[in-house]
Design a binder for this molecule. Sequence first.
Ligand SMILES: [Fe+2]
Length: 204
Amino acid sequence: MAIQPRPQPLQAFLDAVKRGFDEASPREETKACLERVFDRLRHPVESSAPAPARVPATAFLEGAIGPAREAGGAVAELADRLRQLDPFLFWRARGGSEAEADLSGPDAIANAMVVGPNGVEDRKDVWVGLSLVPPGVRYPDHRHSPEEIYLFLTDGRFRHGESGWFTPGIGGSLYNEPNILHSMEAPPEGPLLAVWCLFDARQQ
Ligand SMILES: [Fe+2]
């Protein structure tokens, strides 16, 4: 039985993610992970997507993609593709690093799974998702066994392992080795928006 092609907004977004990373002059380990991710994504998985949903922080999306659109090139195209995909996304809230986070409040982080468990394309071997962090909010430190790459559409700070805080910048990318502790923080004046891809080597 022939595999159905992906819905156009999803395929166009994934193509734009790939071009965004390629244009970011990724380091070797980022590029290698990117190839592993997109090698698997050559094969779509048929699934039914969850119903689209929004959370308070999605109000920051339009402002977050503005600078990327002005930057031009692949990151601007990615911003446009994200805008087209947004109506199909199931956004969920998660708390920032502050204790007792109010998940229904404006300081809760918005995450969306594009490809991956409970994503628009539901699968386990590759995850592609989005994090939209409200101004001044820090994403909690976390770690996971799949390796991960990030592509940033806004400014904002990141740290992993012993790196200390650094700013990848609009169109910047980075690589997280398996199980490395990592976190990010939106600047006080604006949201942080990033795309992340995880490759789970344990899944075939
Ligand atoms: Fe992560």
